[in-house]
Design a protein around this ligand. Structure first.
Ligand SMILES: C[S@@+](CC[C@H](N)C(=O)[O-])C[C@H]1O[C@@H](n2cnc3c(N)ncnc32)[C@H](O)[C@@H]1O
Length: 309
């Protein structure tokens, strides 16, 4: 971990609170508690009679949240787990139904900025990218082991990178001489691979942005975890309970949108936000990370009569 104090500005907080409408005494599940920014506000709304259950795959973030949530009036229980496993978490907490669920997807600013985590091409470090560093394959493991075609597909399907074949070829050429172990090396290889393309050079985003995102998604199996989480969340929300999800790229947002729409179709959910909420200009200015955030929310309907309403 870096020595800098862990910092992350929670996004779209007012909208999250507006749509989740936490009431005193509610059971709240923050499935991505991170540094506890949203969680503290949710826990304040739940008050002394409330229960706040916080989950995170990253033990370091969870430790920060633990300190921060000391001032939370609600009872706080924190769990080091993937949100695909909220059933086990809730069983362990002896909780059956939940009033409010929040998931603020992706990585926090401190994770991105910490070079030792390997999430960012801007910070030189080991090519790791695991949210949970206690197990699993690192990005370096994938980059050095997958066949060229597998690597190309991984990059294309997780980020829609148009030059995925070219990038995979360059990576495979380079690793014949030496194992690729750092973010710098990978960023350089991607830049090399795209170097001849004027449109890639002209783009405002770094050429390695998509490749890094694709690898992070694969390392943490993020899309499958999200699908499983949404399924389990629907099974745990009480009648009238609310769920909000903040996504940061179109693959995630598409999964949330389709999940909510299918449940609406089945009469299980009422959609609370028709078009996803995005940050206002002032928030986008103050917190660049909010620029790609999209918030969706839905409500568990409950009785068959309510379902038809
Ligand atoms: C954007 S941050 C959340 C920030 C938090 N809302 C706050 O106010 O501090 C995302 C967090 O979700 C965690 N995370 C991402 N995917 C996860 C998963 N599948 N299961 C559990 N935690 C996950 C990350 O480790 C990170 O701490």
């Amino acid at each position: 971990m870096s020595d800098a104090p862990a910092e992350h500005i929670p996004v779209l907080t007012d909208s999250v609170l507006t749509y989740l409408r936490v009431a005193p005494g509610d059971v709240v599940l923050d499935a991505t508690v991170g540094l506890g920014g949203h969680a503290l506000r949710l826990g304040e709304a739940a008050g002394k009679a409330g229960l706040l259950i916080g989950v995170d795959a990253d033990a370091d973030n969870l430790a920060v949240a633990d300190r921060r949530l000391q001032s939370c009036p609600a009872t706080v229980r924190l769990f080091h787990a993937n949100f695909a496993r909220i059933d086990e978490v809730l069983n362990e907490a002896s909780v059956e139904g939940v009033d409010v669920i929040l998931a603020d997807l992706g990585v926090s600013s401190n994770q991105l900025d910490d070079a030792s985590r390997g999430f960012s091409f801007a910070a030189g470090g080991p090519l790791d990218m695991r949210l949970n560093r206690t197990h699993g394959r690192t990005a370096a493991d994938l980059v050095n082991a997958l066949r060229e075609e597998e690597l190309s597909d991984l990059i294309y399907f997780n980020s829609q990178e148009r030059f995925s074949r070219r990038i995979a070829r360059r990576i495979c050429e380079a690793r014949r001489n030496k194992r690729i172990t750092t973010t710098d090396e990978l960023a350089r290889l991607v830049t090399d691979a795209l170097g001849v393309h004027a449109d890639a050079r002209a783009s405002k985003i770094h050429p390695a942005t998509r490749t890094f995102m694709a690898l992070r998604i694969a390392v943490n199996d993020e899309l499958n975890a999200l699908r499983t989480f949404l399924e389990k969340a629907a099974g745990r929300l009480k009648a009238g309970g609310r769920i909000a999800v903040i996504a940061f790229h179109s693959l995630e947002d598409g999964i949330v949108k389709r999940d909510f729409a299918a449940r609406k179709q089945a009469g299980q959910y009422r959609i609370l936000i028709k078009r996803p909420i995005i940050a206002e200009p002032a928030e986008r200015e103050a917190n660049p990370r909010s620029r790609s955030a999209k918030l969706r929310a839905a409500q568990q309907t409950g009785t068959p009569e309510e379902n038809r309403a």
